[in-house]
Design a binder for this molecule. Structure first.
Ligand code: DQA
Length: 147
C-alpha cells in the first residue's frame, strides 16, 4: 500500500533557482519536487507538497496535518523560520507523526544566527547540506525506519 508523506517548505523557497544559486543550487522548487518524485519512484510513496512565505499559513497547514491519520511523516524545511518561529515550533509539537527537518545547506557552516534551530526541537532528525537530495533522503529515511 502507498505510504503518504507531506512536505512543507517555508519562505523564499519558492525562489529556488534564482535565489543565491551558489548556495541553494540551480533547481527551482518545481524541479526539486520532480527530482524527489523520480528518486522515490521505485518505492510506493505519495508526496503532497506545500510552500508558503507566510508564517500563519504554515501554522494553519501544520494544524491541518495534526487532524490527518493517513500520513507516515512530515518533512519540513521551515527556511528562515527555523531560526525564529515559536509559533511554527508550537504547531509542530502537536504533530504526532515523525517530523524530519530539512535544509538544503549545511547551516552549521553558516551564520551564527542560523545555528539556533527552534523548529528542529520537534523533529526526530535533521537532514541538511545535501542540496536537493536532502528531501528524498529525508522521506526515504522515514520510509525505511517506519517499515
Ligand atoms: C535553508 C537555510 C535557512 O537558514 C535559510 O533561511 C533558508 C534556507 C536551507 O534550506 O538551507 O531560507 O532552510
Amino acid at each position: 500500500m502507498k505510504k503518504n508523506f507531506f512536505v512543507i517548505n517555508g519562505p523564499n523557497l519558492n525562489m529556488l533557482g534564482e535565489r543565491e544559486p551558489e548556495l541553494y543550487g540551480e533547481d527551482s522548487l518545481e524541479q526539486i519536487i520532480d527530482y524527489t518524485t523520480q528518486r522515490l519512484l521505485p518505492h510506493d510513496v505519495n508526496c503532497e507538497w506545500f510552500q508558503s512565505n507566510v508564517e500563519g499559513e504554515l501554522v494553519s497547514h501544520i494544524q491541518s496535518i495534526v487532524q490527518r491519520n493517513d500520513l507516515e511523516a512530515l518533512i519540513i524545511n521551515p527556511a528562515a523560520y527555523s531560526h525564529t518561529s515559536v509559533a511554527i515550533l508550537d504547531a509542530l509539537l502537536m504533530v504526532k507523526i515523525p517530523i524530519v527537518e530539512v535544509h538544503l545547506t549545511n547551516t552549521c557552516q553558516r551564520d551564527h544566527f542560523r545555528q539556533r534551530k527552534l523548529t528542529a526541537r520537534a523533529a526526530v532528525s535533521i537532514i541538511e547540506g545535501l542540496g536537493r537530495d536532502s528531501y528524498w533522503i529525508a522521506i526515504y529515511s522515514q520510509l525505511i525506519l517506519g517499515s
